[in-house]
Design a protein around this ligand. Structure first.
Ligand code: CMP
Length: 176
């Protein structure tokens, strides 16, 4: 089970290696501050004040150290992640690595289709994450119609990029 999942469901109270922990100050501390920050996230720009308030209640904020594995390809996943600060890296294949920056998200695929994680995602620098559990994610999708559209647009872009790189690889192999 992924580290954040274990902390979220209470099966471990903290990360024994001290690499990851819920934030007790800054973005996580005051609800009003959290709402202000959420307003700045493009993914949530269509949210009303009421929606932002409920989002602030359900989202948890975590700070993770560089090199922390956030999702592991092939494992089940129960959380959706939004990067607030820092950079994460999606290891799509041994050759293909996609950087993710503040405002970008990951972990939506397993929540949408119930399948295992499609890729390993690693914190490339110290990263601050907003984490939403599966249960809350589906309520959020029902509540905020614009969110589904943003997710679909990102998914389409990711499929397109993945296909382009497969074609490039096929072309390179054919030229050998
Ligand atoms: P999920 O499969 O739940 O967990 C791994 C995540 O990596 C996946 O959701 C996406 O959010 C992300 N991901 C997978 N493939 C790509 C890609 N080609 N480009 C960017 N992000 C990706």
């Amino acid at each position: 089970m992924e580290l954040i999942s274990r902390i979220m469901d209470g099966s471990i109270p903290y990360d024994p290696e001290g690499r990851l922990g819920p934030v007790s100050a800054g973005l996580g501390a005051k609800q009003d501050d959290k709402i202000e920050r959420l307003k700045e996230v493009p993914l949530f720009e269509g949210c009303s004040k009421r929606q932002l308030r409920s989002l602030a209640k359900i989202a948890r904020v975590f700070d993770v150290a560089a090199d922390t594995v956030l999702t592991r390809a092939g494992e089940p996943g129960d959380e959706f992640f939004l990067i607030v600060a820092g950079t994460a890296r999606v290891d799509v294949s041994t050759e293909k690595h996609v950087p993710l920056h503040p405002g970008e998200f990951f972990g939506e695929m397993s929540l949408l289709d119930g399948g295992p994680r499609s890729a390993t995602v690693v914190a490339e620098t110290p990263v601050r994450l907003l984490v939403i559990s599966r249960r809350h994610f589906s309520v959020l999708l029902q509540d905020v119609p614009g969110l589904t559209q943003s997710l679909l647009m990102t998914l389409s872009r990711r499929v397109r990029q993945a296909e382009e790189s497969t074609e490039r690889m096929g072309g390179a192999l054919a030229g050998l």
